[in-house]
Design a protein around this ligand. Structure first.
Ligand code: SF4
Ligand code: SF4
Length: 185
């Protein structure tokens, strides 16, 4: 799928995120690297962001690659063409400098408010595992939060990534509103 984000920009983003970590120790030791092993759910994997494949394809045999059509899945309407779904062959072991963006910014997720403000929130995607950083609200390193915010601020300049993040944000806002209604009603 076409993307306005150049391969060199993705490389710079990877380099920036290589320098930070959610907490000082390896958080995989808290949970047996649950988000890599996905609770042993074999269907779990990661969709690359539009254009992210430019810095992976052809060289990464540690990943199992699947090409899907964006229109066959729950992606924004603006998405068309091929999306790349990857699964790690030997999780949690991978070349650290090659981890996709979704692995690097978890457990945070970008949220775009109605007024356009970009915030980092805990990732609330349904998963077959629990992340202790989220469940126990363990304080995340400031430099990790800052780098994650900087990276997503850059990524959402791409219209397709913006649409993805905004649609996820609307879904999140609707779920919270429903919860309030239920509790107050
Ligand atoms: S991000 Fe959460 S689920 Fe993933 S390894 Fe760290 S603590 Fe475990
Ligand atoms: S790329 Fe690495 S960090 Fe990401 S899920 Fe696979 S093993 Fe885990």
């Amino acid at each position: 799928m076409k993307s306005t984000i150049k391969a060199s920009t993705y490389r710079a983003i990877y380099r920036l995120l290589d320098r930070v970590s959610p907490i000082d120790c390896d958080c995989g030791t808290l949970c047996g690297a649950a988000c890599c092993t996905n609770g042993k759910d074999d269907d779990m994997g990661i969709y690359l962001l539009p254009g992210e494949e430019k810095i992976h394809v052809g060289e990464d045999d540690w990943l199992i690659w699947t090409k899907d059509r964006a229109q066959d899945y729950d992606f924004p309407e603006s998405w068309s063409g091929t999306v790349y779904f990857v699964k790690c062959k030997t999780p949690p072991h991978c070349p650290r400098e090659k981890r996709p963006i979704q692995c690097r910014t978890y457990p945070l997720a970008p949220h775009i408010c109605e007024d356009g403000e970009l915030l980092m929130v805990y990732n609330d995607i349904d998963t077959p595992y629990r992340c202790p950083l989220i469940d126990e609200e363990i304080e995340l390193n400031d430099d990790f939060v800052r780098a994650t915010q900087t990276v997503w601020a850059h990524l959402v300049r791409d219209p397709k990534i913006y649409d993805l993040v905004r649609e996820d944000s609307i879904r999140r806002e609707e779920a919270v509103a429903e919860l309030y209604e239920m509790l107050e009603g």
